[in-house]
Design a protein around this ligand. Structure first.
Ligand code: PMP
Length: 419
């Protein structure tokens, strides 16, 4: 069924939308227009079914039991790992580590590279870390802490006034001391889609380890980590139609080997005495404690669902919704759309002269339209652009052009009321 246009065709959007019962639930007496997908997408029935099946038939702790349910749960967990590896294009040189989300994955990398323990720290005093200025706090604050811990220098690849990153600026920042370059595949606060393929390649060529925050990319456009100069790729299950509080870190094995674990304990050791321990191979070494096994199963079901709908079809659909919203919002008086030409993405973010986004968001909510307002956990970027907090709508495969029209009418109405 995959890769037919979503909005047309016999199958059509309605068929997929019907798999998300929450969308049929009125909110504040109005049909729900759920436009907060960059924070959390909704979960379709096939994913809910996979979760229920696991909980009803296979639930047990993994890796440690000889009994049948434990083995079934272990098989389900490891199968999910393999399916998600394939989903992001991981090859024989990669491993996937389950995490609770992108934040957890990025902390694992930043902490792991800047802390000595099982192996020496990769980032040391006098080294340099380059982070793009488009980042969510999750891909900035862990690097601030890593720099502090290691005595390293943090440098920011600032975007221009349009919120775009440039290769020549990166070239000026890269030095033989650059150990890490961290970048987003799409800025969650603006919808800017940087040329991450080229920027990662440039940093890798300069000898840096490269980190890609794919939180806003994994739910649609095809991500192929094997085709990228990417050592670490982080993403969240709850932004790709999967369960809440799930995610993964995919890395090249030799890069993952450099990470000091964040959590010591069960499941990540081979052999332990009162004084010391020897540690498991990857990926178990980085997965201390009981993981979210149902979450992993649900995430793999979400990946299968995305593939069934068709990644290219989803990508084209959300980009068309964004283009529709950008054109409509930019035509409203006193409205500025951030990264209006930011490339294809699923996010539109705007400011309106003289009106606080919180008030816009509240009036939209009264009409059943769910958007997000504020700094979107990207305060330095919002401040750098000099625009203040924004209103953000973000799209998923089930959103419609009618919902974009409702958003546009709702914003126009809010501006009238509030000005
Ligand atoms: N990075 C980006 C680009 C994001 O959009 C988000 C979530 N808004 C995160 C990281 C953090 O993801 P999580 O809360 O799932 O850990």
């Amino acid at each position: 069924m995959g890769d037919r246009p979503l909005a047309t065709g016999a199958a059509g959007l309605a068929q997929w939308r019907a798999l998300f019962p929450i969308l049929a639930q009125p909110v504040n007496g109005r049909p729900l227009a759920y436009l907060d997908n960059a924070a959390t997408t909704q979960v379709p029935l096939p994913v809910q079914d996979a979760l229920r099946r696991f909980e009803q038939h296979d639930r047990a702790n993994i890796h440690r039991g000889v009994h049948t349910l434990s083995q079934r749960a272990t098989d389900a967990f490891e199968r999910a790992r393999g399916e998600l590896e394939r989903f992001v294009g991981a090859g024989a040189a990669h491993e996937l580590v389950f995490t609770s989300g992108t934040t957890d994955a990025l902390n694992l990398v930043a902490h792991g590279l800047s802390t000595a323990g099982i192996s020496p720290a990769t980032i040391r005093a006098g080294d340099e870390i380059v982070v793009s200025g488009l980042e969510h706090h999750a891909n900035l604050v862990p690097w601030q802490q890593a720099a502090r811990r290691a005595g390293a220098v943090l440098r920011i690849l600032l975007p221009d006034e349009q919120g775009q990153l440039h290769a020549d600026d990166l070239a000026r920042l890269l030095t033989p001391r650059t150990r890490v370059f961290a970048l987003t595949a799409c800025a969650n606060a603006t919808g800017e889609r940087p040329p991450f393929e080229a920027l990662l390649a440039q940093a890798a060529a300069a000898g840096a380890l490269t980190v890609l925050d794919a939180a806003q990319a994994v739910g649609h456009g095809t991500l192929d980590v094997s085709a990228l100069a990417c050592d670490f790729l982080a993403f969240s299950g709850h932004k790709m139609y999967g369960p809440m509080g799930t995610g993964a870190l995919v890395g090249r094995r030799d890069a993952l080997e450099r990470l000091e674990p964040l959590r010591y304990g069960g499941d990540m050791v081979v052999w332990v005495t009162q004084e010391q321990a020897s540690f498991a191979e990857l990926p178990a070494r980085l997965e201390g404690g009981t993981p979210n096994v149902a979450g992993a199963v649900g995430m793999a079901a979400a990946a299968a669902f995305i593939e069934q709908v068709g990644r290219q079809a989803i990508d084209e659909h959300v980009a068309a919704l964004r283009a529709h919203a950008v054109a409509g919002l930019a035509a409203l008086p006193g409205v500025t759309v951030l990264s209006a030409d930011g490339g294809p993405s699923a996010i539109v973010s705007f400011v309106a002269e003289g009106v606080h986004p919180h008030d816009i968001g509240t009036l939209l909510d009264e009409q059943g339209i769910a958007v997000r307002t504020g700094h979107h956990c990207a305060q330095p970027l919002i401040e750098h652009l000099g625009l203040g907090p924004t209103t953000r709508a973000s799209f998923a495969l089930y959103n419609t052009h009618d919902e974009v029209e409702r958003l546009l009418a709702g914003v126009a109405h809010a501006l009238e009321v509030l000005r």
